[in-house]
Unconditional design. Structure first.
Length: 388
């Protein structure tokens, strides 16, 4: 079968795919149909945090698939409960709801915030403030939450009740927090927006302002969570505790999962029949996520930090690099001389290195298990391309 053309014919053409067919993967490497090897610095957009087909992860998933594959949420199952407890113990959250994607997790968080406010203050306090240049997902509501005009097109009417403020500007946020606001939703590092890390003092001020106004602070950690920035959650790096944290990408290690974790304030907001998901908390997916969490311990996180520092030392000030951004193994590289990040990523594929773009940046989200040597070799190729 001509896979590429058949894809174009039968799969809805919502993606402008790279001209690369990936057939199999192992660790940080994947292979095309001709057997060519690529070092993957994308992790399937931050998903394969243990790399491709990690043995421990594959065993956990296969074992669960042979034991109990799916039951729905009408019954108790062990993997779901274990994962919820582990997540709470590791993050300080009180309760978790499992969904199947990042966008769904954010929808859940928005529901929590609106109900928290409704229960306490009644109707009319339902606006969620998000930051300009943010990205929160592709459903109608999370597109509305996304603070970029390019996403607010075609699909009208979008969900009401969103307001956008300039990121980093605490006065703008204070002005936006009138009596109609129930939540502020942020990414600690804007991923799709260009790997732009928020300032720590700004985040602390946002936390204080939300406390003062009894407005929930929702942290969208769909991309930054699960070890990516060198701490289990990026909120630890920023020294604050949100009221709601959303997770997805890295959590499943390669299977679809989303999670809404709530802290004290929102612990008891959602009751019977306030939310649901047929697949959410699926035993196989949860078994994979449990393996991911069991592997990301203190030692593992220290190595993520070390590998991130190593990459930054190599990249900063190198020929063709204007600036380096991000945290841990979430890395943004702005090419010098206005070179297009997409062109460089394309050249990377020809040279056997897979990378992402985020606006004008090259974005790297390598598997957290990549070795320094593997990362260094791939970065040498990138630096070669950048120096051309
Ligand atoms: C990827 C992403 C989402 C959307 O996640 P999906 O699983 O694609 O729905 C939401 N927020 C952030 C910050 C993301 O990076």
């Amino acid at each position: 079968m001509d896979i590429k053309n058949t894809d174009r014919q039968y799969v809805m053409n919502t993606y402008n795919r790279f001209d690369l067919l990936i057939e199999r993967g192992e660790g940080c490497y994947c292979y095309d149909e001709k057997g060519n090897r690529y070092t993957d610095l994308t992790s399937g957009i931050g998903v394969n945090c243990l790399g491709y087909c990690d043995c421990g992860w594959a065993d956990a998933v296969a074992k669960q698939a042979r034991t109990l594959s799916h039951t729905s949420n009408l019954f108790y199952t062990e993997p779901c409960v274990k994962l919820a407890k582990t997540l709470c113990k590791r993050t300080g959250a009180k309760k978790v709801f499992f969904s199947n994607s990042g966008a769904e997790a954010n929808e859940g968080a928005i529901k929590v915030a609106r109900k928290y406010s409704f229960d306490k203050y009644g109707e009319g306090r339902n606006v969620v403030v998000t930051l300009r240049n943010s990205f929160h997902g592709r459903t109608i509501t999370t597109l509305a939450a996304t603070g970029q005009d390019v996403f607010h097109n075609y699909f009208f009417p979008f969900t009401e009740g969103f307001r956008y403020v300039e990121s980093g500007n605490i006065d703008a946020l204070r002005d936006a927090l009138d009596g109609s606001v129930c939540a502020v939703m942020i990414e600690f590092i804007q991923g799709e927006g260009g790997v732009i890390a928020q300032d720590k003092d700004y985040i602390k001020a946002v936390r204080a302002l939300c406390d003062e106004k009894d407005v929930l602070l929702i942290a969208d950690e769909v991309q930054t969570g699960i070890g990516r920035t060198g701490t289990l959650l990026a909120s630890e790096n920023y020294g604050i505790k949100p009221d709601v944290t959303t997770l997805a990408k890295g959590l499943g290690g390669g299977l679809p999962i989303g999670a809404v974790a709530v802290y004290e304030k929102a612990e008891n907001v959602m009751g019977f029949s306030s939310h649901g998901s047929t697949f959410g908390g699926n035993p196989i997916v949860c078994a994979g996520a449990l393996e991911v969490l069991s592997r990301i311990d203190e030692e593992f996180l220290k190595e993520v930090v070390a590998k991130g520092d190593f990459a930054r030392r190599k990249l900063e000030g190198a020929k063709g690099v204007e600036s380096v951004s991000g945290l841990g193994l979430m890395i943004g590289i702005k090419p010098a001389d206005g070179r297009k990040s997409a062109d460089i990523v394309k050249k990377g594929i020809e040279r056997g290195v897979l990378m992402l773009t985020a606006k004008d940046k090259i974005r790297l989200l390598p598997p957290l298990t990549i070795t320094e040597k593997q990362l260094g070799d791939a970065l040498d190729i990138l630096l070669d391309i950048l120096a051309e």
